[in-house]
Design a protein around this ligand. Structure first.
Ligand code: MN
Ligand code: MN
Length: 285
């Protein structure tokens, strides 16, 4: 058949049942507090994914040879608690089938639902913000509460990387977790920090959540809540590569494509790198 171009993520054309990686989008930004638009994130990430070669030289791997399915988008409710429940149900189906969920946000409020389904031993999040508020904007399922929800679900092994924004109360909580601020990463270097985090995790099952605003808004300005003095795309790629073999659930959230496409491009490229790295380092298991 003539290869019609679909709206799916590039090289994600394996049927669900045969795929190891299940990409899906959650075009939801209903609790946005500053600049709306993260609902456009999944489409922007998919569109720019076709810009990249399917061959990943770093792994001598062609993503066309990896079994990846793009399952499409969830049709999100307008109610934040219903969205989180839908995400949990969707991800549970993916995990029960023995597959790795790769979720495209959408805002960060969706992550706790995925974590509830993946049931990891560690939760690692890259984020400018601590997201440790008890509630915000009248709901505990606000994007500013994502990490607090994971914590209150009973997750004690939490690593926050790249943070530089939060309330005093949030920092009081964060200091009892594993907190690597953006300043600390800049001072020590991500190679050192990533190896330290990989050592903490010790190969245990990990959920890795990348909030796009972990990266400095001066390089990727397509963000709902932009913060300067952040990580670089290189930093995030280094961390993703260090942890990829342990990851059993992955998301990349908070891409708000109001920029010239940089933020979605970094997201798509890091997602492709994650899949390539995970596939290469776990296929012999
Ligand atoms: Mn966040
Ligand atoms: Mn954030």
């Amino acid at each position: 058949m003539y290869p019609f171009h679909t709206a799916a993520f590039a090289d994600a054309d394996t049927p669900f049942d045969e795929a190891r990686y299940i990409i899906f989008g959650v075009p939801y930004d209903g609790t946005t507090s500053y600049r709306a638009g993260a609902r456009e994130g999944p489409a922007a990430i998919r569109a720019v994914s076709f810009n990249f070669e399917s061959y990943l030289v770093d792994y001598d791997l062609d993503l066309a040879d990896v079994s990846i399915c793009d399952a499409g988008d969830l049709d999100p409710s307008s109610l934040p608690d219903a969205v989180v429940a839908d995400v949990e149900a969707a991800v549970r189906g993916i995990c029960r089938a023995g597959k790795i969920p790769v979720m495209l946000g959408g805002e960060h409020s969706i992550t706790p639902g995925a974590v509830r389904a993946v049931l990891p031993e560690w939760y690692v999040v890259c984020d400018a913000h601590l997201d440790l508020r008890s509630e915000y904007g009248g709901t505990p399922d606000n994007h500013a509460c994502a990490c607090r929800r994971v914590l209150e679900d009973g997750m004690s092994n939490i690593v926050i990387v790249g943070a530089r924004s939060g309330t005093r109360e949030e920092y009081d909580i964060a200091r009892r977790l594993h907190l690597y601020t953006a300043d600390e990463v800049r001072k020590r270097g991500m190679n050192v920090v990533a190896e330290e985090i990989a050592g903490l995790i010790g190969g245990a099952r990990t959920y890795l959540s990348i909030d796009a605003d972990a990266i400095d808004c001066c390089s990727t300005p397509g963000l709902g809540t932009p913060e300067p003095f952040g990580l670089s795309p290189w930093d995030v790629r280094t961390l993703v590569r260090a942890l990829a073999p342990s990851v059993t659930g992955f998301d990349y959230v908070e891409v708000c494509p109001c920029d010239a496409g940089q933020t979605a491009a970094v997201a798509a490229r890091i997602i492709r790198d994650f899949i390539g790295c995970h596939h290469t380092r776990t296929r012999e298991r």
